[in-house]
Design a protein around this ligand. Structure first.
Ligand SMILES: [Zn+2]
Length: 433
């Protein structure tokens, strides 16, 4: 058991090291693309859903692997991922690596951590970036490789290089139960499910320094990431009226010392009855749309985010190119173009106008009908532009800025506001006027 711990710490180290790169500047809470980088994570061996980011019912999701991962390992991931299909009206169609446009992209590798974009938030990532990571080191049968090292007379403690050498010499000794658990959990996120421990009131966390320190040491997570991955409490609306399910595959394992009342949860290795019920309700096989459907807009075929500095109009003209589709429910949609500096920090403003949550921005509120489709700026005639006058922009003359385009939705009927539907950003560009 002790040897396993040493090995585990080695593995965690690698995982956290690489993960940290997802957060270039983790201390700033106004980081550009905050939501985009807020991955849900299950690196720790451990039916709440985000209905605004579930896929359309009946959708065939195109899934591919990014370069890496043996055929044997890929087959195992595929097989376990498809477990959800038994209960959901969704198809995971695995396509060749060379396929250009896919919905989910899986990267198998060492030191990646396990994480996934939640549902349609995968669309915020470029086609050349993965939407799901699996750390294959965690899938290795550690007991087997330790026994092998022992047989060779090598004494503990063992380091990571020794383990990797063993794996290379004798591959495909996998911890199948762990692999299955993790794959089903991450694919659950990819279908829009959130962490079950975030069910409101479910867990009384001990938010002490020792708990933060534990996650820092084992995961490499800073306070913000612990708050997001571990302590986050979901909005009651997101429970879809289900009751708390400690058997959910979406639940972290919890140790008694992490809670104020000694509550604990063990790892779950199979989909619970609750998991099967919620996924069937979100993606019903016998109904056209889920009873839990909320207003959504689907942004696709996003092309260029054209930004023109106009001296004749004295401002910046922003013309995004995309197709938009609404669903059966009516929501209020905002197209927002915010300005950020070249390091990725939003440019603050105190202006009354051209201000989106304290950031220099232009925005449009759109009246869109349910079940409608619109193409913006696809033809020669431009039909969407966001304008920001120079005199409303804090001093950026001669500096490089980025334009961050986002689509937000207010679901007024359900009192759920500011749902991020799309996110895209330009490279830094100069604004000279
Ligand atoms: Zn997770």
């Amino acid at each position: 058991m002790k040897k396993l711990m040493i090995l585990a710490i080695g593995l965690f180290y690698v995982g956290s090291n690489v993960q940290a790169q997802h957060f270039p500047k983790p201390n700033c809470t106004t980081m550009l693309g905050e939501a985009m980088f807020a991955e849900v994570d299950t690196t720790k061996p451990r039916g709440v859903s985000d209905n605004y980011h579930t896929w359309e019912n009946g959708k065939v999701l195109l899934v591919k692997f990014m370069p890496g991962g043996s055929k044997i390992l890929r087959d195992k991931v595929m097989q376990n991922a498809k477990e959800w299909q038994k209960y959901a009206n969704i198809t995971l169609k695995f396509v060749p690596d060379t396929t250009k446009n896919t919905d989910i992209r899986i990267k198998l590798g060492k030191g990646l951590g396990h994480n996934s974009a939640v549902g349609t938030e995968a669309k915020f990532r470029s086609q050349t970036t993965q939407t799901m990571n699996f750390d294959t080191l965690y899938f290795a049968d550690a007991d087997y490789y330790i026994a092998s090292l022992k047989r060779k007379g090598i004494q503990p403690p063992y380091n990571l290089n020794q383990l990797i050498a063993e794996m290379k010499a004798d591959p495909n000794r996998w911890n199948n139960a762990e692999l299955r658990r993790v794959v089903m959990h991450e694919v659950g996120h990819a279908l829009g499910l959130l962490h079950e421990q975030s069910y409101p009131g479910a867990v009384n966390w001990k938010k002490t320094d020792s708990v933060y320190k534990y996650y820092k040491e084992t995961q490499g997570w800073d306070k913000a990431k612990v708050d997001f991955n571990v302590f986050e409490v979901s909005n009651q609306f997101y429970t879809n009226g289900t009751s708390y399910d400690p058997k959910s595959i979406m639940h972290y394992s919890i140790q008694p010392w992490e809670t104020t009342d000694g509550y604990s949860v063990n790892n779950n290795f199979e989909l619970s009855a609750g998991d099967r019920a919620i996924i069937a309700a979100l993606y019903p096989k016998n109904l056209k749309t889920s009873v839990h459907v909320v207003p959504k807009v689907d942004i696709s075929n996003f092309g260029k985010l054209n930004v023109v500095t106009s001296t004749t109009r004295n401002g910046i003209v922003i013309q995004p190119t995309f197709d938009l589709k609404t669903n059966s429910k009516l929501g209020e949609v905002y197209f927002v173009a915010r300005l950020a500096d070249e390091d990725g920090y939003y440019i603050r403003t105190t202006n009354t106008y051209y201000n989106w949550g304290g950031t220099a921005a232009g925005y449009l509120k759109m009246n869109l009908l349910p079940n409608s489709k619109v193409s913006y700026n696809k033809g020669t005639k431009k039909n969407l532009e966001i304008f920001i006058p120079f005199d409303q922009i804090p001093d950026v003359n001669g500096k490089k800025v980025m334009v961050v385009f986002a689509v937000y939705l207010d679901d007024v009927a359900n009192k759920q506001m500011d749902k991020l539907m799309y996110f895209s950003t330009t490279n830094p560009l100069s604004i000279i006027h």
